[in-house]
Design a protein around this ligand. Structure first.
Ligand SMILES: Cc1cc2nc3c(=O)[nH]c(=O)nc-3n(C[C@H](O)[C@H](O)[C@H](O)COP(=O)(O)OP(=O)(O)OC[C@H]3O[C@@H](n4cnc5c(N)ncnc54)[C@H](O)[C@@H]3O)c2cc1C
Length: 355
């Protein structure tokens, strides 16, 4: 079948994202096989057309004008579990990029393999997780990634990237910084620990379990999903608070000295977390937003702030990308003028300028 026959034209993108805003893709391909990724890359290069690779659409704001190029939905499936190598503490799961992330987490905990239990309930695909090095409740996906199989759009070759090649840090990797848009992730290999203890470093989780009786991995994953649901951070059909792209801003990393000044301006205790850099701390963007006057449930036309989480901007029904970004801009300038902190947006913008 000629490649063009696999393509759909003028495909609406809003229903393929969790925020539900934006226009259509000029061309669209559902890629279920690796060869189709390579074919799409060759076709786009020959025709000089822009490419966008889409997973679960849970970290995207698509412009109202849509995407004048080829959007490839990465739907490569399959999970292989490699037997434990004698003498190793780890088990390797080779997971197709198009697999549902939370489904994979559940499979891992069902097999009593530790490493991703606190990342339960994060929407999207397995292939989307390395892009911003997803993290929650004391874990980051980078600490379990062994290798990534990816198609390099610069050289048109397949590559195996080791974890250290991905340059992971807080909400960053080479895939969303220096090499944004260059690699198509086809498979992620995770190294998990059979029989390992769950990670309980996060206060919200520690409070849930009595000291001295350690929970199972499955209990931790279920608890994380419950906490997330209470905050509107779990995708639940019909819940208006989860029509979002998750946290809209990253938690800023500032010096200890700036944190003291910010606490003084806010007139309240400022939570601080290790930033992994000497003399610096990570502070909650939610705290800054709240103290800048934007409370949970704030509305501005069809856009608003979740009633359960100040960091989630929501589409209240019929919002445009412009509505969402103007609310984000309003919040950003209020935080900057009150605390002189410049918030950085977390979601990926498609066809839009960063604010
Ligand atoms: C309710 C809610 C809660 C959330 N909670 C969290 C959280 O706790 N922690 C957190 O870190 N994030 C969170 N997120 C954000 C989001 O779920 C994650 O970033 C997720 O990993 C994105 O995956 P995706 O498949 O949906 O990617 P998409 O949104 O489809 O794409 C995001 C970016 O990744 C790229 N991409 C996707 N797949 C591939 C691929 N196979 N190859 C190359 N590039 C690709 C896209 O081009 C785009 O640049 C949340 C989002 C929502 C809506």
């Amino acid at each position: 079948m000629p490649f063009e026959d696999l393509l759909e034209e003028n495909k609406p993108l809003a229903p393929l994202t969790t925020l539900g805003v934006g226009g259509s893709a000029r061309w669209f391909l559902e890629a279920t096989r690796e060869e189709q990724v390579a074919m799409a890359a060759a076709w786009a290069r020959e025709k000089d057309i822009r490419l966008l690779f889409l997973g679960g659409g849970s970290n995207l704001v698509v412009s109202d004008a849509g995407f004048d190029g080829l959007v490839v939905h990465v739907a490569l499936r399959g999970i292989d579990v490699a037997p434990v190598v004698p003498g190793s503490r780890h088990m390797t799961f080779r997971v197709g990029a198009g697999e549902d992330w939370d489904g994979f987490v559940q499979m891992a905990v069902d097999r009593d393999c530790a490493g991703v239990e606190c990342l339960a309930g994060i929407p999207g695909t397995v292939g989307g997780t390395p892009v911003q090095n997803v993290g929650a409740y004391g874990q980051e996906v980078s600490s379990t990634i062994a290798h990534i199989r990816a198609f390099d759009l610069a050289t048109h070759t397949w590559e195996e990237l080791a974890s250290y090649d991905c340059r992971f840090s807080y909400r960053r990797s080479r895939f969303n910084t220096a090499h944004r848009g260059r690699y198509v992730i086809a498979r992620v290999d995770f190294r998990l620990t059979p029989g390992g203890a769950p990670t309980l470093s996060y206060g919200d989780l520690q409070r849930e379990f009595a000291p001295g009786s350690p929970p199972t991995l499955a209990e931790v994953a279920a608890t994380v999903r419950r906490i997330r649901q209470a905050k509107g951070m779990l995708l639940v059909e019909g819940d208006p608070d989860c029509r979002s792209a998750g946290s809209f801003f990253k938690n800023p990393v500032v010096t200890e000295e700036s944190a003291d000044q910010i606490a003084e301006i806010g007139g309240d205790k400022l939570p601080r977390y290790p930033a992994g850099e000497p003399g610096k701390v990570k502070i909650p963007a939610a705290w800054l937003i709240d103290r800048a006057g934007f409370k949970k449930g704030y509305t501005r036309g069809a856009a608003g702030i979740s009633t359960r989480h100040p960091l989630a901007l929501i589409n209240r029904g019929g919002a445009t990308a412009r509505d969402i970004l103007s609310l984000a801009g309003e919040i950003k300038s209020a935080v900057r003028s009150r605390f002189t902190v410049s918030l950085e947006m977390e979601p990926v913008l498609v066809g839009l300028e960063r604010i």
